[in-house]
Design a binder for this molecule. Structure first.
Ligand code: ATP
Ligand code: MG
Length: 366
């Protein structure tokens, strides 16, 4: 793999993020290992990269927790090469403790959706278990990340669908709906639902073989089936479902069926994977989902994702830790990996892999 052609973040400056006052890093385009004791600031580095890519933390929605005590704003700056053209383009995000983030790309202010396209991030941390154990909303978010990056039409469609759903629910809450009005809303609801579901289905059919390939490398001999539930009984047309459930929807004051209820189903030997797999197996399955998404993203966009992997070795034995690293080094993703102790982790890579190791103590590199 010619990593120099695939450089993503080539310089990283972090200021006033949690216990980090100021850190400058020149990351490897391939594997970056960040190690240090508990509370030293490892996750805060990953959190800073997340701020650079999305303006927000993956740990909290409240910016004032991220901004260093007694400071007004965190700032994360980087040189990035979003289109893999061998460029170093400047990107800076200022995240104030209160108020909106400011994003500057090559000297101009840009919006959040432009930013999300510049740095496609994938996070693997203890929250990633929620992909198996959490609510369907988390799996829909995962699915829709992929559809967003796969199809330009998705975002408009998704916004349109949310608008119609909200209006339909408002009418249901009012309790009285004129039949004609209901038909108008339902036909719009169905049109959006069909298109949204078609995009999700198409994306999933592309994701499945990638997932099968990654999981077969990480968990040999365990067959995980990945299924898709539309949010209504797929043997029936949505108009029929809406009509037969209308009285119930009216009583409840919301729409009980539709893409807002879609879900991914993960099964092992026909059983719910969340109920059957061990902790380590779960980590491998949710990581495989994220890694498969990266493989597909790269195939569709000719550029890799950036992976933030918090505490890679946790839950994994040596064999599976090593397998995980093998999958990472075979990809061309830029990875930022944290661990408390890198002594085992550093032996998992092949000599050709470009590895940069950063040791952190009390918020500073050492
Ligand atoms: N707003 C803040 N201002 C200053 N320090 C903070 C702030 N928020 C958290 N901290 C401290 O910053 C440090 C950041 O910890 P971080 O979670 O990055 O550590 P870590 O190296 O990932 O540790 P672990 O191995 O336990 O996961 C902690 O010591 C925490 O107490
Ligand atoms: Mg941590």
């Amino acid at each position: 793999m010619l990593y120099s052609l695939l450089m993503s973040i080539s310089k990283l400056q972090i200021q006033r993020v949690r216990n980090i006052s100021s850190i400058n890093i020149e990351p490897s385009p391939a594997i970056n290992i960040i190690c240090g004791e508990n509370g030293s600031g490892k996750t805060s580095i990953l959190e800073s990269i997340n701020i650079l890519g999305l303006t927000r933390s993956f740990r909290t929605n409240k910016a004032h927790h991220v901004v260093q005590n007694d400071q007004l704003a965190s700032v994360v700056f980087g040189f990035i090469d979003p289109m893999m053209q061998g460029l170093k383009q400047s990107l800076g995000v200022e995240r104030p403790a209160e108020g909106e983030a400011r994003i500057r790309f090559e000297g101009s202010d840009i919006g959040l959706s432009t930013l999300a396209e510049l740095i496609p991030l994938q996070v693997i941390n203890s929250d990633t278990f929620q992909l198996l154990e959490g609510s369907p909303a988390i799996r829909r978010q995962f699915l829709d990340w992929g559809v967003f990056h796969a199809d330009k039409a998705f975002i408009q469609l998704w916004r349109g669908f949310r608008r119609v759903l909200k209006q339909r629910n408002t009418l249901l809450k009012c309790g009285k709906i004129d039949n004609q009005l209901r038909q108008v809303w339902d036909s719009e609801f169905i049109a959006f639902s069909d298109q949204l579901t078609r995009l999700r289905k198409e994306y999933l059919s592309l994701l499945k073989p990638e997932f099968d390939s990654v999981i077969s490398q990480l968990l040999e001999g365990t067959k995980i089936e990945l299924g898709f539930s539309y949010g209504w009984d797929k043997k029936r047309q949505l108009d029929e479902v809406l009509a037969s459930n209308f009285e119930r929807d009216l009583r409840q004051g919301f729409t009980g069926n539709g893409p807002q209820r879609a879900d991914l189903r993960l099964k092992v030997d026909g059983h719910n994977a969340a109920e059957r797999l061990s902790r380590g197996q779960k980590k491998l399955v949710v990581s495989a989902l994220k890694l498969a998404q990266g493989v597909l993203f790269q195939r569709m966009n000719s550029r890799p994702c950036i992976y933030l992997i918090d505490d890679l070795p946790s839950e994994l034995d040596q064999i599976h830790g090593e397998l995980f690293c093998k999958v990472l080094e075979q990809s061309s993703n830029q990875c930022f990996i944290t661990c408390v102790d890198d002594s085992a982790l550093k032996t998992y890579w092949s000599p050709q892999t470009e590895i940069a190791t950063f040791r952190i103590a009390e918020g500073s590199l050492c």
